[in-house]
Design a protein around this ligand. Structure first.
Ligand SMILES: Cc1cc2nc3c(=O)[nH]c(=O)nc-3n(C[C@H](O)[C@H](O)[C@H](O)COP(=O)(O)O)c2cc1C
Length: 377
C-alpha cells in the first residue's frame, strides 16, 4: 500500500460543517476603507466579492475592531460593535456567498499598537511598555507609538467581552465564522509576548500564563456563538512593529502554545510567518506549521506567508497545512485560483497599490471586476 497523497489545493473540505470549494484562503488585510463610523462600504463589498468570484474558497476579512473602548487601531478600520456595522457586513457577506465563497470575520483588538481610535485618545496594553518601532504611515500613523497604560482587571474582562459580542454580531450578520487575531503584535499577542507582558498578576508570568487572555477569549467567543460556528485563532512570531521577533522559548514554547490551542474550542489555527516554508527557529528544523501540526494533530491549520507561487502553496499541504492563505499574492491576483487552475500566468505584487495609504483604490477595484469577468469559471 502507498501512503495517501497530500491533498490538492483544489480539493474541497468542510470546516465545522462549512463547505469550502477548495483550500485557498485570502489572508486578512487591513485596507482602512470603512466610513468614519466603522461601517463597511460599497468599495469593500466589491473588493471582497472579487476574491469569491476569483475562486477563493475562504476569505478572512481585515482585522475588525471589537469594542467601543480601546480595540480600534486605525482610522477607516471597520468595526463589529453595533447594528449599523453588522448590517453593512451582512451585505458584504451575502455578496460573497452569492459568488460561491465563504467568509470569516477577523476580530482584532489593537491594544498598544493603536494608531487612531475614535472612542479613546490613549492606548492600553498588558504593561506600560513603549512599543518597538514606528507607527505605520500606510495606515495614517507617524512617529513612535504612544506609551500604553497597563490594563486593569475589569478592562481585561471588558476586552474579552468585546470579542464575544463582536462574534455574536458576526454570526448574526451571516459570517461563516470568526478568526481571533492573536498574531502580529496586537493586544492578544502583547499578552503572549514576554517583553510586552510584565504583569505580576494572573495574566502574566510563564508562557502558559501569558496565553491566558487568548484562551479565555476563545472560550468566551465559543460560548457566545455556540458549537456550530467556525472559530479560528491566528498566531505569529513576527509583529508589525517587530518583524523578526522569534519566540524565545523556541520549539518547546511553540509546542506549549499549540498544544494549549489544540485543547481549546477553536476549529482552526492560522499560522503566519514571513516565509512559511522556512525553519521556525535558528535550529534549522521544522517550520512553524510543522510544529503546529505535531502539537495539534486534529486541528485544521491555515498556513500563510510568502506562498503565492503555486508550488510553494502546494508544498505547505505536505508540511501538514490544511489550507493556504495568500495576502499580497491575492491582492495582485484576486482570481489566483482560477488563473492557476487554467494555467494562466500570475501577476507580481506591486506595493504601489498600498501607497500612499493602504486604502482601496478605484483602479484596483475596476481591474478586479474586469479580471473576474474575463477569467473562465
Ligand atoms: C495591506 C496588508 C494588510 C494586512 N492586514 C492584516 C490584518 O488586518 N490582519 C492580519 O492578521 N494580517 C494582516 N496582514 C498580514 C497578511 O495577512 C499576511 O500575513 C502577510 O501579507 C503575509 O502573507 P503574504 O506573503 O501572502 O502576503 C496584512 C498584510 C497586508 C499586505
Amino acid at each position: 500500500m502507498t501512503a495517501p497523497a497530500a491533498p490538492s489545493l483544489f480539493d474541497a473540505l468542510a470546516l465545522n460543517g462549512v463547505p469550502l470549494r477548495n483550500r485557498l484562503v485570502v489572508a486578512p488585510m487591513t485596507r482602512i476603507s470603512a466610513s468614519d463610523a466603522g461601517v463597511a462600504t460599497e468599495a469593500m463589498r466589491r473588493y471582497y466579492t472579487g476574491f469569491a468570484r476569483g475562486g477563493f474558497g475562504l476569505i478572512v476579512t481585515e482585522g475588525i475592531y471589537t469594542d467601543r473602548a480601546y480595540a480600534q487601531g486605525y482610522a477607516g478600520q471597520p468595526g463589529l460593535t453595533d447594528a449599523q456595522q453588522a448590517h453593512a457586513w451582512q451585505r458584504v457577506v451575502a455578496a460573497v456567498h452569492q459568488a460561491g465563497g465563504r467568509i470569516v470575520a477577523q476580530l482584532m483588538h489593537a491594544g498598544a499598537l493603536s494608531q487612531a481610535n475614535r472612542f479613546r485618545d490613549d492606548t492600553v496594553g498588558p504593561s506600560a511598555v513603549q512599543p518597538r518601532g514606528q507607527q505605520m504611515p500606510v495606515y495614517g500613523g507617524k512617529g513612535p507609538y504612544r506609551m500604553p497604560r497597563a490594563m486593569g482587571e475589569a478592562e481585561i474582562l471588558q476586552a474579552i467581552d468585546g470579542f464575544a459580542q463582536a462574534a455574536r454580531l458576526a454570526r448574526e450578520a451571516g459570517f461563516d465564522g470568526v478568526e481571533i487575531h492573536g498574531a502580529n503584535g496586537y493586544l492578544l499577542d502583547q499578552f503572549l509576548t514576554g517583553h510586552t507582558n510584565q504583569r505580576q498578576d494572573g495574566w502574566g508570568g510563564g508562557i502558559a500564563q501569558r496565553m491566558r487572555l487568548l484562551l479565555e477569549t476563545i472560550s468566551a467567543v465559543r460560548a457566545a456563538v455556540g458549537a456550530g460556528f467556525v472559530v479560528g485563532a491566528r498566531l505569529s512570531q513576527g509583529k508589525v512593529n517587530d518583524f523578526t521577533h522569534k519566540w524565545p522559548e523556541g520549539a518547546e514554547g511553540a509546542n506549549a502554545v499549540f498544544a494549549a490551542l489544540a485543547a481549546s474550542a477553536v476549529d482552526y489555527l492560522h499560522v503566519t510567518e514571513h516565509e512559511a516554508w522556512q525553519s521556525a527557529f535558528a535550529d534549522g528544523g521544522a517550520t512553524l506549521v510543522q510544529h503546529a501540526r505535531r502539537a495539534a494533530p486534529g486541528l485544521a491549520i491555515i498556513a500563510n506567508g510568502g506562498l503565492h507561487a503555486p508550488s510553494r502553496a502546494a508544498g505547505m499541504l505536505s508540511h501538514g497545512a490544511t489550507l493556504v492563505a495568500l495576502g499580497r499574492g491575492a491582492l495582485a491576483n484576486p482570481d489566483w485560483p482560477l488563473r492557476v487552475r487554467a494555467g494562466q500566468p500570475l501577476r507580481p505584487f506591486d506595493a504601489a497599490v498600498l501607497a500612499p495609504l493602504a486604502d482601496l483604490k478605484d483602479a484596483e477595484l475596476a481591474l478586479r471586476d474586469a479580471s473576474a469577468a474575463a477569467t473562465p469559471a
